[in-house]
Design a protein around this ligand. Structure first.
Ligand code: NAD
Length: 290
């Protein structure tokens, strides 16, 4: 059992902190939102009024925050130099590779081991402890991070050195954004060509058009396994979050000089969809525009 500080108790962090408590860890939690903090208290976390108090004397610090600017400010102002130097730092937020490396450099310079450990899986996986973690950091840091992350997930994979977790996350989600749109437009065309959509699913899900977007998250209501399409496109992975990840992928591609024409088009289409009011809709809801 370890003493763990948890920073950011929102949709994802709330369930993750609760799973650390269930695994027997002592969790000292902080969030700017009183509502999120109260929920965490109900789940067995000790809620404290500042980040600095949360990280005092802990073995590890886990964060699940909205973006890179917030991650950088929380770590440089209130974690680095305030948590014991022996504490392992784990940022599970989805942020840009450059900021992840910058914060990890600052942590290392101050004597800390740090990993970037973004997740695949949404709110249900965070609550159920079935997230997949993609981890960037040294072998020694990964070895220390693995048992902590395993209490919140079903798979913990070492992606490489610092920033590699974020790189794997945005490359994976760039595939997801592009294949979801491709799957949606294929269903829309199939319908216009007079195909029965269940029949098209039965064929394509066993043919070369198969993908996770088709067989695990089919964007057509009543076709394939239960998915947000069967629930009015609510309660899954919001289009605004898909757009966030695609923008991170575009920034990384530009910095690395990589050609990403399909990812770029997916980013444009999700930007149009969210600008038209679809931001809180599940990302498969983009089918309505095709
Ligand atoms: P959220 O907005 O529900 O939660 C973020 C929490 O951070 C909020 O409770 C907010 O009050 C808190 N916060 C903001 N600034 C803070 C600060 N300075 N100090 C302390 N707390 C602060 O977001 P979420 O859906 O939980 O997402 C968190 C991260 O997980 C994001 O980086 C997101 O991209 C990633 N992610 C989300 C999903 C998903 O399905 N929601 C899936 C995979 C990854």
């Amino acid at each position: 059992m370890s003493k763990i500080a948890f920073i950011g108790l929102g949709n994802m962090g709330g369930g993750m902190a609760a799973n650390l408590v269930k695994a027997g860890h002592e969790v000292r939690a902080f969030d700017l939102s009183a509502e999120a903090a109260t929920r965490a208290q109900g789940n067995g976390c000790a809620v404290v009024p500042t980040v600095r108090e949360a990280v005092e004397g802990v073995d590890a610090v886990v964060s699940m925050l909205p973006n890179g600017a917030i991650v950088e400010s929380v770590y440089t102002s209130d974690v680095i130099g305030h948590a014991p130097a022996s504490a392992l730092l784990l940022d599970c937020s989805t942020i840009d590779v450059g900021t992840a490396r910058k914060v990890e450099d600052a942590a290392r310079a101050a004597g800390y081991a740090m990993v970037d450990a973004p997740v695949s899986g949404g709110i249900a996986a965070a609550n159920g402890g079935t997230l997949t973690f993609m981890v960037g950091g040294s072998d020694a840091a990964f070895a220390k991070a693995e048992p902590i992350l395993a209490a919140m997930g079903k798979a913990v994979i070492h992606a490489g050195q610092s920033g590699a977790g974020q790189a794997a996350k945005i490359c994976n989600n760039m595939i997801l954004g592009a294949t979801m749109i491709a799957t949606c437009e294929a269903f829309a065309l199939a319908e216009k060509l007079g195909l029965n959509l269940q029949t098209f699913y039965d064929i394509s899900s066993k043919a070369s058009g198969q993908s996770w977007s088709m067989t695990s998250y089919c964007p057509v209501p009543g076709v394939g396994p239960a998915s947000p399409a069967d629930n009015g496109y609510q309660g899954g992975f919001a289009a605004a979050l898909m757009l966030k990840d695609l923008k991170l992928a575009m920034e990384a591609a530009q910095a690395a000089g990589a050609k990403v024409p399909m990812g770029a088009r997916a980013a444009e289409l999700y930007a149009e969809f969210t600008a038209a009011g679809g931001g809180s809709t599940d990302f498969s809801g983009i089918i309505a525009t095709l």
